[in-house]
Write a protein that binds this ligand. Structure first.
Ligand code: GDP
Length: 519
């Protein structure tokens, strides 16, 4: 498993493994990541503020293995799958978290299916072994059905019993990751190639503008580089690690925040470095044009390009975090919410759900995206409340499901893009065509219906066939006077700008685009 496969062998260097944590809701993914981060980073970096970023690196402090490991910290296997769907291969090893007091659940199976489909080795973390009723042997037993046989039973999957709460087993888990990396993966990358990698997440930061968390996969990304990420581009103004420290460069498997892009790229976008800003811009423009064309073809013809652009820029997805007092209500609420349908192009996504109060890490997560945090019979904890109000995160409390549904439905409707419809204004029949110097052909016409209005949109119909669309009434005269409108039954001269192919008996239709009232 190497990132990049070209270039001089001598330039290849060992790189840290990249790990993603997956598993059923509430089995402790978040807490396990927190435990790993807290044992290995915060204690070391006194004063360093660990912000939530979509990926970070820790340095293990194990006797034999003082080595870095990169964790992708985007919730759930949705993002793993989404990235894979976009062709981005990011993860070397999946940690499958299974709660020892609960067992294999639907999302456990989903997660392991995703990992197996991607041919990514799995290390099983049997979590919550501190709990009464924990039965780690049962977990091993259950997972054999899915082809994950523990080493101690003669298989080749490492199972580690852990508690994210007491932090028991964390070191063993990190050891297992490194052993798996060393035993079966040849993790190297060429540090001298042109830098490339993947966007893990993008966000719009109030102070710094677009910020992308990227994972460098080959080459060395440096401050000052001109980069293209998806359809965003720019020059790397600063590179920041998970503590907000500025870095001069980032080597393969190093996640960094990139500041300096002109817009926000999407998770799973690849990025690359180009020689000059100009080239970065060209590539980005071309990608934007491609996206626009694709959208253009699929959408109704009469929506303008401006609308399409705006639609592209806007997020068409409402993200939710659901916290509740027990897993039954959380599931019921999620299920009910997912049934809301407002429009095909707006979707609802639950990026995280869990039992218990709304924590600071929930709010951190919400900050990464446009997220509404729902608390069902639970409230935000002290620090979380403060952070949420400081950062303007939308936190809402409910104790009745239908209220939550009504409000979320309203929020979704608020995201609806206005639809436009064509409203006919008037038609005129061409009686004579005059050639006017410096203006071009003017259609001497009689208004047959409605009103012809200056500056309205127009098309030309000949023998029942539209011969020109996208015209406008650029000049309108009655006798020698410029007028703004001419009504049914009157004669007038209509100029269609630089369009001159006008013939007697043509029909000029005029119309405007009006915002459709919403149901
Ligand atoms: P996620 O949905 O998989 O991210 O799960 P969380 O990390 O949010 O954990 C769900 C719940 O289980 C929380 O209330 C945690 O405090 C609790 N939890 C997680 N790990 C452990 C553990 O090792 N032991 C105990 N007793 N509780 C845990």
């Amino acid at each position: 498993l190497t990132f990049g496969d070209e270039g001089d062998e001598a330039d290849w260097e060992a790189r840290p493994p990249v790990v993603t944590v997956m598993g059923h809701v509430d089995h402790g993914k978040t807490k396990l990541l927190d435990a790993i981060r807290n044992t290995n980073v915060v204690a070391r970096e006194a004063g360093g503020i660990t912000q939530h970023i979509g990926a970070y690196q820790i340095v293990t402090e194990l006797e034999d293995y003082e080595r870095p490991i990169t964790f992708i910290d985007t919730p759930g296997h949705e993002s793993f799958t989404a990235m894979r769907a976009r062709g981005a291969k990011v993860t070397d090893i999946v940690i499958l978290v299974v709660a020892a007091d609960d067992g294999v659940m639907p999302q456990t199976v989903e997660a392991l299916n995703h990992a197996q489909a991607a041919e990514v080795p799995i290390v099983v973390a049997v979590n919550k072994i501190d709990k009464e009723g924990a039965n780690p042997a049962k977990i091993r037993q259950q997972l054999t059905e899915y082809g994950l046989v523990a080493e101690e039973y003669g298989g080749d999957t490492m199972f580690v019993d852990v508690s994210a709460t007491t932090r028991q087993g964390i070191d063993e888990l990190l050891t297992a990751i490194l052993l798996t990396a060393d035993a079966s993966l040849d993790l190297r990358a060429n540090t001298e190639q042109d830098p490339q990698g993947v966007v893990i997440e993008g966000k719009l930061d109030k102070g710094r503008g677009p910020v992308a968390t990227v994972l460098v996969q080959r080459g060395t990304l440096r401050q000052g580089d001109s980069i293209v990420a998806g359809d965003a581009y720019g020059r790397v103004r600063s590179l920041l690690d998970e503590h907000g420290n500025k870095l001069k460069e980032a080597l393969p498997a190093r996640p960094v925040q990139v500041v300096g892009l002109t817009s926000v790229p999407r998770a799973g976008d690849t990025f690359l470095v180009v020689e000059e800003d100009r080239v970065a811009r060209q590539i980005a423009d071309r990608r934007q044009a491609r996206i626009r064309n694709a959208q253009n073809a699929s959408m109704r013809k009469r929506i303008s390009l401006e609308d399409l652009d705006a639609a592209l820029k806007e997020s068409r997805q409402l993200n939710l975090i659901i916290k509740g007092d027990n897993s039954g209500t959380v599931e019921a609420l999620e299920e009910a919410l997912m049934k809301i349908e407002v429009s095909d192009d707006i979707s609802l996504r639950v990026i995280h759900r869990g039992v218990g109060g709304i924590t600071k890490s929930d709010i951190d997560l919400a900050l990464a995206d446009d997220v509404i945090v729902l608390g069902f019979n639970v409230r935000a904890e002290g620090q979380a409340t403060e952070l949420a109000s400081r950062e303007g995160v939308d936190v809402r409390y409910y104790s009745v499901i239908y209220q939550a549904i009504e409000e979320i439905e309203a929020a979704l409707k608020g995201m609806l893009k206005p639809e436009y419809e064509e409203v006919a204004l008037g038609t005129a029949e061409v009686r004579e065509v005059f050639r006017v110097p410096r203006i071009g052909n003017v259609a001497g016409s009689i208004v047959r219906s409605g009103t012809i209005t200056r500056n309205s949109k127009a098309r030309l119909v000949r023998d029942g066939v539209v011969v020109a669309d996208n015209l406008s009434v650029e000049s309108l005269r009655r006798f020698k006077d410029d007028v703004t409108e001419v009504r049914d039954g009157y004669e007038c001269g209509i100029g269609l700008g630089s369009f001159n192919d006008i013939k007697v008996e043509d029909v000029i239709e005029t119309f405007e685009m009006r915002e459709k009232p919403r149901a």
